[in-house]
Design a protein around this ligand. Structure first.
Ligand SMILES: [Zn+2]
Length: 552
C-alpha cells in the first residue's frame, strides 16, 4: 500500500489529521527496547516506508543574502535538505516542520502548544526513536523567546532538523541521540516578535498597545522595510543623501510622529513602508513591539526587587525582574501586567507542567555562553555542582565545533545571576517549579573576535555589506478609498544599516547552528538515558484537569 505525500516542499503540507494520526501507524507490538535499537530501526523503517513514499523535495529556501551551501553535516537525506547559512521566515519554518512530520511520521510529531497575540502557532516538534515517549528521558529546547535574536531560532530549528532527518538517514549520531531520549523542540517561542524582526529589531512580543495601526508593508518589494520621505526629485534624495533624526525622535520614529511627540514640517516624513489606511498621514504607525520582555515574566519570583521598591534599593539589588522602567500602567511593564500574563509564556508553562523535561535549553543571541540557575539570587541551587559541570561540557562542545572554522570564537559558562541578575526567567521557573536542569545558551555575539573577547568574527560582513542607503520609488498612494485617497510624489525610502541587515544571516550561521546542536547533545547526555521525569507537583496540574489538550 503506497501513499504519496506531497513531493513539492512548497506544495500542500501534510494535513493535521496525518500528523496527529501517526501514532496509529505503530502498534504496541512495535515498541522497541533501545538496546536492541539497530534491528528495530530496520524493522520500523521497513514498515514505515511501506506506508509512505516521499519523493525528494526541491530545495526549499530562497537566498536571503548568502549563496546557499549544502547542509554542513549529516544527515544527508536529500529529501530534507535545508540551507542553514540563510535566515528563514516564520512561514518557511512552518513549511519545514510540516514537511519533516510528514516525511517521518514515526519519529517526528508536530503540534501547536499554543498561540501568540497575533495568532501564530507555537510549534513543537516531538522527536523520538519510535513515536513513544514512555520510559524515555525527556529533554527540551526552546528557541527565540526574544524575537530579534533570530540566530537562536535557527539553532533550535537546526537541532530539530538534524535529529529528524539524521535519524531518517540512520545516521549513527542521530540514532544515539534518540536512544532513550525524547526531544521536545519549540524553535520559535516569540513567533510574532520573530516575524516582526524581519523588518525591525524586536526583543519583545507583540501584545497590542492600543495605537491605530498601519502594518508595515514592503512597498517596493525588496524584502526590506525602510522609512519613506516625499519630495525632492527622482535624482536627488532628501537631505542630500544624509539623514539626521529630528530633535526628540526615538528609534520608533513613525510612532513618535503619530503621537505628535515630534513634528517634521521640513522633511516630508511619511513613516515606515506601509499603507496609511487609518488616514493619520503617517505610514506604518504600528506598534513596533510591546513593552514586555517575556523572559522576565514567568511565574516565579515575578518582579522581585522591582525598581522603586525601597527594600531592593536598600539591599543593593539591581532592578531584577522588570529589567528597567517600572510603569504604573501594568501593560507597559517589562515583566508584564501579572505573572505569566503572555499567551506564549502561559503555553510554555502549561506544556512543561504536563511534560516536564529532565533538562532544557532556552536559546538566545547577544553573547556567547551557557548559563544556569539561579538568575534571581547569588546563592547556588541544590544542583549547582551538576549544572555547572554540565554547562562546562556544553560550553566545550559548542566552542570546539565552532573553532574548527573560527579559531578565535569563545564561549563561557556561569550561574546566570553573575552574568547579570534578573527575576522570573524561564530557567528559574523550570528549575524552581519542576526541578529541570535548565540552561540559557547564548549562541552569537556579533563583533570581532580576539584572544580575550567572546565574540563572533563577522565584523567585516556586518559593517561592510549593509551600509545605509536611499532608494527612489516615485509616486505612491495611501491605500484609502475614494475621495479620501492621498497621493505622494517623488517618494524615497531610507534604509538604515540595521534596516538593511534585518532578516539576514551571518555567512557562518551553519556552524553556529551545528555547534548549538553539539551543545544540546552534551546537555542530553548529562542525563541518564531512559529516565522519565517524575512529574510536576500535583498542585501545578489542578487548573488543567478539565482542559487537558488532546495531544497530551
Ligand atoms: Zn535573549
Amino acid at each position: 500500500m503506497f501513499l504519496m505525500v506531497s513531493t513539492a516542499f512548497a506544495g500542500e503540507p501534510p494535513v493535521d489529521e496525518d500528523i496527529q494520526g501517526t501514532e496509529e501507524i505503530v502498534s504496541d507490538d512495535d515498541v522497541v527496547v533501545d538496546d536492541e535499537l539497530d534491528e528495530d530501526v530496520e524493522e520500523i523503517f521497513a514498515e514505515a516506508f511501506d506506508e509512505i513514499v516521499v519523493a525528494p523535495a526541491p530545495l526549499p529556501f530562497t537566498t536571503r543574502g548568502n549563496a546557499p551551501i549544502p547542509a554542513f553535516a549529516p544527515p544527508s537525506d536529500p529529501a530534507v535538505q535545508a540551507y542553514w547559512n540563510q535566515r528563514h521566515t516564520f512561514e518557511q519554518y512552518e513549511a519545514l516542520f510540516k514537511y519533516l512530520a510528514g516525511r517521518y511520521p514515526l519519529h517526528v510529531k508536530l503540534y501547536s502548544i499554543g498561540h501568540t497575540w497575533e495568532e501564530r502557532d507555537l510549534w513543537c516538534l516531538e522527536i523520538s526513536s519510535n513515536g513513544k515517549r514512555d520510559g524515555k528521558t525527556p529533554v527540551a529546547v526552546v528557541g527565540n523567546i526574544h524575537g530579534g535574536e533570530q540566530e537562536s531560532a535557527e539553532a533550535a530549528a537546526y537541532t530539530a532538523w538534524w535529529l529528524a532527518a539524521g535519524y531518517g538517514a540512520r545516521d549513527a549520531a542521530a540514532i544515539d541521540a534518540l536512544n532513550g531520549y525524547v526531544w521536545y523542540i519549540v524553535p520559535i517561542m516569540n513567533a510574532d516578535g520573530y516575524a516582526r524582526s524581519m523588518y525591525t529589531g524586536t526583543r519583545q512580543n507583540m501584545r497590542p498597545r492600543g495605537l491605530a495601526r498601519d502594518e508595515y508593508f514592503d512597498r517596493n518589494g525588496d524584502g526590506k522595510v525602510g522609512q519613506m520621505f516625499a519630495g525632492g526629485s527622482a535624482t536627488a534624495p532628501p537631505f542630500g543623501g544624509a539623514l539626521t533624526l529630528p530633535s526628540g525622535a526615538t528609534s520608533n520614529w513613525a510612532v513618535d510622529f503619530a503621537l505628535n511627540q515630534i513634528t517634521d514640517t521640513a522633511n516630508n516624513y511619511l513613516g515606515y513602508e506601509a499603507y496609511d489606511t487609518n488616514g493619520t498621514g503617517r505610514f506604518g504607525d504600528s506598534t513596533k513591539q510591546s513593552a514586555i520582555d517575556m523572559n522576565r515574566s514567568f511565574d516565579y519570583f515575578w518582579t522581585l526587587y522591582r525598581p522603586g521598591n525601597a527594600d531592593s534599593t536598600a539591599a543593593g539589588y539591581p532592578h531584577l525582574g522588570a529589567n528597567g522602567t517600572w510603569n504604573a500602567d501594568p501593560t507597559l511593564r517589562n515583566a508584564g501586567p501579572y505573572p505569566a500574563s503572555e499567551p506564549e509564556v502561559k503555553a510554555i508553562q502549561d506544556f512543561f507542567t504536563f511534560l516536564p523535561p529532565r533538562a532544557m535549553i532556552t536559546g538566545h543571541t547577544g553573547i556567547q555562553c551557557v548559563l544556569f540557575p539561579w538568575c534571581y539570587t547569588p546563592f547556588p541551587t541544590d544542583d549547582h555542582a551538576f549544572m555547572s559541570g554540565t554547562a562546562e561540557q556544553m560550553r566545550v562542545a559548542y566552542e570546539s565545533k565552532v573553532q574548527t572554522i573560527r579559531p578565535n570564537v569563545r564561549f563561557y559558562q556561569m550561574q546566570s545571576y553573575f552574568d547579570y541578575p534578573t527575576a522570573a526567567e524561564m530557567i528559574d521557573w523550570l528549575y524552581g517549579r519542576l526541578g529541570t536542569h535548565a540552561y540559557t545558551v547564548e549562541v552569537y555575539n556579533r563583533g570581532t573576535a580576539n584572544a580575550t573577547n567572546c565574540v563572533w568574527d563577522d565584523n567585516a560582513w556586518w559593517n561592510e555589506n549593509f551600509p545605509a542607503r536611499w532608494e527612489y520609488i516615485g509616486q505612491i498612494r495611501d491605500g484609502r478609498s475614494g475621495s479620501n485617497q492621498r497621493t505622494y510624489n517623488d517618494v524615497w525610502v531610507y534604509y538604515s544599516t540595521s534596516a538593511a541587515r534585518a532578516g539576514e544571516a551571518p555567512p557562518d550561521q551553519y556552524i553556529l547552528c551545528d555547534g548549538f546542536k553539539d551543545c544540546a547533545l552534551a546537555m542530553a547526555y548529562s542525563e541518564q538515558r531512559n529516565s522519565p521525569h517524575p512529574g510536576a507537583p500535583a498542585w501545578m496540574k489542578w487548573s488543567f484537569f478539565t482542559t487537558i489538550p488532546s495531544y497530551l
